[in-house]
Design a protein around this ligand. Structure first.
Ligand SMILES: [Zn+2]
Length: 305
């Protein structure tokens, strides 16, 4: 009798587990079979002049969107970057700050949202409406920040798999440009090529490009001081010749101030070891980066937040 009771309970537990699992799967299946693009985007309005974007951390792979197989299509996921974006948001919220958030849930196999429309989809125009939805949302938030705060910052979060385990901060300047001597770096031409042109054109402190890239209060130095090695930074002004480095993609180019507007952008490419690899490391980094973001915004954008 005892044995029978135990088996009976075991069956109940197994069934409830299996139901829960099925429900989760069904939910995902539903959301991706509806063909409702709103299921793929997560966005929230903020109360500080900061937009956090994550485009390569999505996991949904609906079969009604063709998998991208064309030449040069990168399809790898930037592991844990969506989770880190959410954890940064949650840390900021615990300090009373809500960043503007635009996150993508669709896998990069299906669409690359850090590319122009033409390069995003390997010719499958089915995703055009979603590409527009996502980018219009970022654009609307960027305009709202301009109108409300006058200036602001976009942080586009990615993950790289380069050998050097350090964060790569992209301001649209190449490794060889970062390696130039300080006088050349601070020449007006290079500043105008960067994603932080607006801040350099409009500040009361005679801020130079080199200050922003690798000075005391550069994002790279603030990260390095929290033991998250970064390039460019005071300790590592530029990648050495032959070392791989991401200088910023479509989002940094379009949502930064290189060509227009008062909102700047930085592409933040996170390494794996010590940052994305464990739950504890992701948590420590997200907390530190939230603190750095607020310090950075106070120093350069809005002194009174
Ligand atoms: Zn990426």
């Amino acid at each position: 009798m005892k044995k029978i009771t135990i088996s009976f309970f075991f069956i109940i537990i197994s069934c409830s587990k299996s139901d829960k699992f099925n429900q989760e799967v069904d939910y995902i299946d539903d959301s991706i079979s509806n063909q409702n693009w709103n299921d793929f985007i997560e966005y929230r309005q903020g109360n500080i002049p900061l937009i956090i974007i994550s485009v390569h951390g999505g996991k949904l792979v609906p079969d009604w969107i063709k998998t991208r197989v064309c030449q040069d299509a990168t399809v790898v996921t930037d592991l844990y970057t969506k989770e880190i974006a959410l954890e940064i948001e949650s840390n900021l919220k615990s300090m009373g700050y809500s960043p503007y958030i635009v996150l993508n849930r669709l896998h990069r196999k299906k669409l690359d949202l850090n590319r122009t429309l033409k390069k995003s989809n390997c010719g499958d125009m089915k995703t055009e409406a979603y590409w527009n939805l996502f980018h219009n949302q970022v654009d609307n938030f960027r305009n709202e920040i301009h109108n409300k705060f006058g200036t602001g910052l976009v942080i586009d979060i990615h993950g790289h798999s380069h050998k050097e385990q350090r964060i790569e901060l992209g301001y649209l300047l190449s490794s060889s440009e970062l390696r130039m001597d300080i006088l050349k770096i601070n020449s007006s031409n290079l500043k105008n090529e960067s994603s932080v042109r607006n801040l350099l054109d409009n500040n009361l402190d005679n801020l130079k490009l080199s200050d922003l890239l690798s000075g005391e209060f550069s994002m790279g130095n603030l990260l390095t001081l929290k033991e998250h090695a970064s390039v460019p930074s005071k300790d590592c002004i530029a990648p050495k010749e032959g070392e791989l480095y991401f200088s910023g993609g479509y989002n940094t180019e379009v949502y930064g101030s290189k060509d227009n507007g008062s909102v700047d952008a930085v592409q933040v490419e996170l390494n794996m070891n010590g940052i994305r690899d464990t739950e504890e490391n992701r948590s420590v980094f997200s907390k530190n980066f939230a603190d750095i973001i607020i310090l950075f915004l106070r120093t350069y954008y809005v002194g009174d937040i």
